[in-house]
Structures are given as structure tokens and as C-alpha cells.
Ligand binder design. Structure first.
Ligand code: ZN
Ligand code: ZN
Length: 445
């Protein structure tokens, strides 16, 4: 046997450029999360991730591999502790939200005022909130399509601004998560016009439930809070771009990708090393097959988490180029179960072909319009047709934006199914003779 194996090994190494690892998707997630780790946008870690990306994409044989840099304001985490002082002294576990303001170094101590929802906070008279620590305990539950994130996520996205404008000293929210572990979920929030930054953090789900019970006893609740994040100024981020060249430059580009940056707590395995891995492994299969009609442009977007800076930079740089279609993977590493396409002719032959091909992987047509992710959002708003390959998000928000977003959460079989579905979709849209007629531009863009 040994004498047979040696020539095979030699053959493999001599053609290493053409032969990707059998499990390229998993290998990319493993490599990025191990050799770079967390990749907070605009930091030195994200710059190392870009260098890793360029090296990896070149070695896989992609064309036109390059970085397109852009500048952005950078926020970094500091100390973060909280404890109930009265009536039942105990520590709480929390994580600052992106762009959170800071307490003094020694912290602040104030009474807590609780609300069951963002709407209840909005409806409260300012006098109830002024000088207090606001706590909102809105509960999110898991859904396969992740649709509840839009509604429940509003507490994180805009709750801090609402609390600040009412004169609150700080805000704590129940994590926008569906787990029951003592692991808080961070995420971005953006100060609305006129809102002064205040300390803003998410309690882990069990800690939020605990604080809700403490409040329900009806006694005044006082918390001591220390949060010392800070803005470090304007720094460089960037998009990493690679291509599978097509035969027909006039047919437009198929734009795909995920985001390279991650939050700082975990190693960003499901968010979004998995999306990068799925789209890259699928594009690599097209690269290794017959030359497609359309160029496939793969983008590892920078700085998605703090507010979609990479997607905006991409659109500014490229929106005069013809884009035939776009799709993004930014919903973990689990299997694709449904697809939606926003094409001008939804009942056409292309949709029928996609339905047929994706059906082979257990992926059925879904309801509603495709919308893409944050990174491709600006191109979708400009009228680029979009396909969503919807991944199973049942466990996504158990892990999302936590210290638990690590490699062990990747299920190889599901990751490979997603790569199979993406490869099949890419082969169809890259080669189709359908003109991929865009929908009429949306109002307001
Ligand atoms: Zn993401
Ligand atoms: Zn995210």
C-alpha cells in the first residue's frame, strides 16, 4: 500500500493550486478563527484578517485579489461590571453594546427603572426615567428564519437613544438572544440625532431574568455599573475582493460574499467566518469548473458589524459597474432550507431552473421578497436583483454576538450542504442566458 500512496501524495502536492482541500469551507472557518481570532472592525486584528484573506484567496487561485481600504470611526470595549447594591446584593453579567458611552472610571450607582418593551419605554414620562438606569426586558424567541430579530432587535438598536433623550444615566437590555446561558450578546446601536452617548449594555438572558424578578419584589433596586469603552478615532478598514473571471464582460458581475469583521467577544465562527467560507468554497468550485459567462466577484466585506461601512464603501466604488445579481451569506453555518429570488420575472424559466436544481439539496422556494444582507444592501437598494439562500437560523441567536461564537459550533455536514446549494445557484446564475432584468428601483433611492 505504501508504495501506491507515495505517488498519489506527490501528485496532489504538485497540483496544490488546483486541488482545494476536500473540506475547503470548514478549513477556511478553522483557519480564520484559529490564525486570526476575533476581528473587531477597524482594529489591528481586522487588518491581520485582511492580510490572511489576501494570502488565502491568492493561494486558492482567484483572480484580481485586492484590498479596497476605507476609513471608519472605531469603538473598543473597556471594563464592564455590574452589581445589584440593594435590595439583594449580587453581581450581574453583561457586555457593552457597540458605540456605548462610558461611566466614570469608578462607575456610577443609580436606581433602576424597568420596562417590558421598547414601546413601554417610549411611552414613559421623562420624569420616570431621568437620573435612573433603564432596564428593558423584551424577550426574543427562536425562529427558523430569524424573522423575530428585526422586531426584538429594535430594543438594542434604538433603545439607548430613547433612554438617553429621556435623561437616563444608562441603559441595560435583556440580550437579543435565544439561549439561556450566562453569556451576554453584544451588537451595534447607533446614537440618533441629539442623543448624548450613555453607557449601554446587554445583560445575559439569565441575568436579565434575575433582575426582572428582583424588580418584581417591589422594592427600590440600585445598581453599581462600570463600563469604560471608548471611541479611538478614525482608522482604516477594507473590503477584500477576489474574482472568478467570466467570458462575457458585458453580462455584468455576480456579487457574492460575507463579512470578514466580527465582534470582539468570540472568534466570529458563525458570524461571519461561516458566510465567507460558504461563498468562497462555492466560488472555488466555479473557478475549478468551466469558465462562467459572468464574472463572479467575491467580497469579504470589512466593518459590517458597526454599521455596514464595507457595504457602503463597495457601493460608492462600484455602483456604476453593471451588476447582474447579488447574494450574501451572513446567517451562520447551518443548512440552506429555502430560497427566494427578487427577479423582474418571478415565474420565468430561471426561477424554474433554480427551483429544480436547489430542490436536489432539499431547498424549496420560499415566500416573500429576497432582501440580501447588510453588506449587499446598498447594491440591492440600487436595483440589483438578489437571491437569498435562507439558512436554518433556529440556533443562530443562541450564539450570535457572544463569546460562545467559536469553531465548535460549526456543523460540517450542514456547512457542506450550504456550499453545495450555493455552488448550484452560482452555476445557474453565472451561466444563464436570462437577462436577469432588475426590478424597478425602490422608492427613495
Ligand atoms: Zn453578520
Ligand atoms: Zn453580526
Amino acid at each position: 500500500m505504501r508504495s501506491l500512496l507515495l505517488p498519489i501524495a506527490a501528485l496532489l502536492s504538485s497540483s496544490s493550486l488546483a486541488a482545494p482541500p476536500a473540506d475547503l469551507g470548514y478549513e477556511l472557518v478553522e483557519g480564520l478563527t484559529t490564525e486570526v481570532g476575533q476581528r473587531l472592525a477597524g482594529t489591528e486584528a481586522e487588518a491581520r484578517a485582511r492580510a490572511w484573506a489576501v494570502s488565502r484567496l491568492r493561494s486558492l487561485g482567484f483572480a484580481n485579489v485586492r484590498i479596497e481600504p476605507f476609513d471608519m470611526p472605531v469603538w473598543v470595549r473597556g471594563a464592564e461590571t455590574a452589581e445589584v447594591i440593594a435590595p439583594f446584593p449580587q453581581k450581574l453579567v453583561l457586555a457593552a453594546l457597540g458605540n456605548s458611552g462610558a461611566t466614570p472610571e469608578a462607575g456610577l450607582t443609580a436606581e433602576v427603572v424597568g420596562f417590558p418593551s421598547l414601546d413601554a419605554l417610549k411611552a414613559a414620562p421623562d420624569a420616570r426615567v431621568r437620573g435612573k438606569i433603564v432596564f428593558v426586558w423584551h424577550r426574543m424567541t427562536a425562529t427558523q428564519d430569524g424573522s423575530s430579530y428585526g422586531y426584538f432587535g429594535a430594543v438594542r438598536r434604538s433603545g439607548p437613544s430613547v433612554a438617553s433623550k429621556k435623561g437616563a444615566l444608562a441603559i441595560l437590555i435583556r440580550s437579543i438572544g435565544t439561549d439561556h446561558h450566562r453569556v451576554p450578546h453584544t451588537g451595534v446601536q447607533t446614537w440618533s440625532d441629539g442623543a448624548q452617548p450613555i453607557p449601554a449594555a446587554a445583560l445575559s438572558v439569565p441575568d436579565a431574568d434575575q433582575l426582572e424578578r428582583i424588580l418584581s419584589r417591589g422594592k427600590p433596586v440600585t445598581i453599581h455599573l462600570v463600563l469604560t469603552p471608548r471611541m479611538t478615532g478614525t482608522h482604516q478598514s477594507g473590503n477584500v475582493i477576489a474574482e472568478v473571471p467570466g467570458r462575457d464582460a458585458g453580462a455584468g458581475v455576480v456579487l457574492i460574499g460575507g463579512h470578514l469583521d466580527s465582534w470582539d467577544l468570540g472568534t466570529g465562527a458563525i458570524d461571519d467566518a461561516a458566510g465567507i467560507a460558504i461563498t468562497t468554497a462555492a466560488a472555488k468550485r466555479i473557478l475549478d469548473g468551466s469558465k462562467p459567462k459572468r464574472t463572479i466577484r467575491l467580497v469579504w466585506f470589512g466593518a459590517e458589524e458597526p454599521g455596514g461601512f464595507g457595504g457602503d464603501a463597495y457601493a460608492r466604488a462600484h455602483d456604476r459597474e453593471k451588476h447582474a445579481l447579488t447574494a450574501e451569506a451572513d446567517f451562520g453555518g447551518d443548512r440552506v432550507w429555502s430560497f427566494r429570488a427578487s427577479l423582474a420575472d418571478p415565474k420565468g424559466a430561471l426561477t424554474a431552473e433554480l427551483t429544480n436544481v436547489l430542490g436536489g439539496f432539499g431547498v424549496g422556494p420560499g415566500a416573500g421578497a429576497a432582501h440580501g444582507g447588510t453588506d449587499i444592501g446598498p447594491m440591492v437598494q440600487r436595483g440589483t436583483p438578489v437571491i437569498d439562500l435562507e439558512q436554518d437560523g433556529t440556533r443562530y441567536f443562541d450564539i450570535h454576538h457572544t463569546a460562545d461564537d467559536t469553531l465548535d459550533k460549526i456543523d460540517r455536514a450542514q456547512l457542506n450542504q450550504a456550499i453545495d446549494a450555493w455552488s448550484a445557484m452560482l452555476r445557474v446564475v453565472a451561466d444563464t442566458d436570462d437577462p436577469l432584468t432588475p426590478l424597478p428601483p425602490r422608492e427613495g433611492h
